[in-house]
Design a protein around this ligand. Structure first.
Ligand SMILES: Nc1nc2c(ncn2[C@@H]2O[C@H](COP(=O)(O)OP(=O)(O)OP(=O)(O)O)[C@@H](O)[C@H]2O)c(=O)[nH]1
Ligand SMILES: [Mg+2]
Ligand SMILES: [Zn+2]
Length: 357
């Protein structure tokens, strides 16, 4: 495999997942940006416009069948490597996905093959433990290492920053938390120290917390557009509009994502169990095996809330996200069932039409 692909994250683990026969037919490339109907891919040397082969579109039955930023894809290059057709998505080591925003219950892909997710909250307005738990559920579900970055440290006194970090570490002592400022550059070296060559990082968080500004700082120049207009004017407007993978000089890759207004999850049992591990440990001691920790007798979780050993807000958030995940999952399965029935119905109609000819 070419050295160029190694520059964009190709390694033994990717290699072992790729079938040699497929490589005789296709080249391997990595998706660096997803647009409405096209993709930008990289062969490690340059960025190339790409489109999906019709077969992939017609056989797709879920958004997870489409390429996401960070994906390895099998392609054919054309016109002296200026255009490519994507034939297949290669094996994914990890896939970050959430519930599509709004009423629709389906997956929306955020990024693939991520090693570490930076969950960014600003230390001033955006700081919120419950929101942090929500992001953690999504990241833990995908088997990705989460690291919390707290931005805009220039706006707070150091005691207030310490208090906020303490708030997180009181409930999640194993979670790595780094305060930083894009403005006075404090903490940026700690972020740089974490980032290892060959690994892929992604930035997640609400709009306006400084994700893109951080990437520009890591690159060392203002490559990407950030919010520069006055705060009032820009409220609610997202500056970053698509997901983009950038290669840093240190050899790490980082994916910027647009800020998320709402973050819904489903099928996240593992993510919930990992994020709320102390509740899981308590649950072992509940009197009933099928305890729902809502009103049962002998519930060790409720007992811990009563004794102030478990924060009531965290407990409520745990219940809320568990319920929501189950509810969304059921709606999703229901929808899939209907889709399948509709598919069968169409086939029957077509057969009927043919037999009438
Ligand atoms: N004071 C202060 N302002 C910052 C810091 N980081 C970013 N900002 C400002 O916050 C605003 C938003 O920054 P962006 O980098 O565009 O935020 P974003 O997270 O990429 O937002 P979306 O692309 O909409 O998701 C800009 O005006 C930045 O100058 C920081 O550390 N301190
Ligand atoms: Mg941005
Ligand atoms: Zn219980």
């Amino acid at each position: 495999m070419s050295n160029n692909l190694e520059k964009i994250g190709f390694n033994k683990s990717v290699q072992s997942s790729v079938c040699p026969e497929t490589l005789e037919q296709y080249d391997l490339a990595r998706v660096v940006a997803v647009h409405k109907e096209s993709y930008t891919i990289s062969n490690g040397e340059s960025d190339i416009l790409a489109e999906l082969v019709g077969k992939l579109i017609f056989s797709a039955s879920s958004p997870t069948d489409y390429p996401a930023v960070g994906d390895w894809v099998f392609v054919n290059f054309y016109d002296e490597n200026t255009f490519a057709i994507i034939h297949e998505v290669a094996y994914r080591k990890s896939l970050l996905k959430r519930k599509a925003p709004g009423k629709k219950v389906d997956f929306q892909l955020i990024a693939a093959n991520i090693d570490v997710a930076f969950i960014v909250q600003s230390l001033n307005e955006n700081f919120n433990l419950r929101r942090l738990e929500r992001y953690l559920v999504m990241v833990n579900e995908s088997n990705i290492q989460p690291i919390v970055l707290l931005s805009k440290s220039d706006l707070l006194a150091s005691e207030d920053i310490a208090d906020k970090i303490n708030d997180i570490q009181e409930v999640m002592p194993d979670l790595q938390v780094i305060p930083f400022s894009n403005e006075n550059e404090s903490g940026l070296d700690s972020v740089r120290e974490i980032m290892q060559p060959g690994l892929t990082y992604c930035l997640l968080g609400s709009s306006g917390v400084g994700k893109t500004t951080l990437i520009n700082n890591l690159i060392g120049q203002s490559t990407y557009k950030t919010k520069t207009v006055s705060k009032k004017e820009s409220k609610g407007r997202h500056v970053t509009t698509h997901r983009q993978l950038t290669k840093l000089d240190c050899g790490a890759m980082v994916i910027d994502t647009p800020g998320m207004r709402e973050l819904g999850n489903f099928s996240v049992d593992t993510g919930i169990e990992e994020t709320f591990s102390e509740i899981m440990a308590l649950a072992e001691k509940c009197q009933f095996n099928d305890c729902t920790h809502v009103k049962e007798k002998g519930c060790a979780v409720l007992d811990a809330v009563d004794k102030d050993l478990l924060s009531i807000d965290r407990y409520h958030n745990y219940l809320k996200m568990s319920k929501e995940s189950t509810y969304n999952e059921m709606s999703y399965l229901e929808k899939r069932k209907k889709d399948r029935q509709f598919g069968k119905h169409c086939k029957t109609v077509m057969k009927h039409k043919k037999s009438q000819r």
